[in-house]
Design a protein around this ligand. Sequence first.
Ligand code: ZN
Length: 197
Amino acid sequence: MSNLIPVLGNGHGGMIGGVYQTKGKRFTFEDGTTIYEGEYNRAIKARVMEQLTAKGIPFYDLVPEQKDIHMSTRISRADYLYKKSKGRTFLIDIHSNAGKGTGCETWICWKSSSKTKTLANWTEALFLKHFPESKFRGVKRKNFDILALTNNPAIILELFFMDNEQECKKYLLTSEGRDRAAAYVVDIIENFIKYHS
Ligand SMILES: [Zn+2]
């Protein structure tokens, strides 16, 4: 049997000519710094793709555009890849949280397959190896469209809080932090693929 193939999503739009493509999904700190979720999600995803390429692990980029691609298009793309690969793809959608909390969490839908649950379990099992100074907030359930309406095993990763200044400036806005986040995602992918091969 061939290996499973990750499909990487970044949530939200990116930047076109310096203009952020998504309403909301941004935060301005007291010092005037504004951060854009769709920008650093893409930066982390780009690092994940680089690391996977270096390891010779194939993947698909769900949203290569900077444009904010409609959710129904994202889902039909993911399902096209799932069908084309004869059910060998799985989806990881990269986001970060808001609400001034700390740490990371994973979302799955209520009717998750056992593969989705295994994928989510790896996000929990590997977290402290990569971020021993932080905390894993749990595997949570909600029927987000990207999780509930796709045929792929699918998770949303909420990597840290964009409105927690300390966390944001440590993980989301630094090259080192983005590399660490990407290494965590790649470790999840490698373990999940290995588990199912
Ligand atoms: Zn998001």
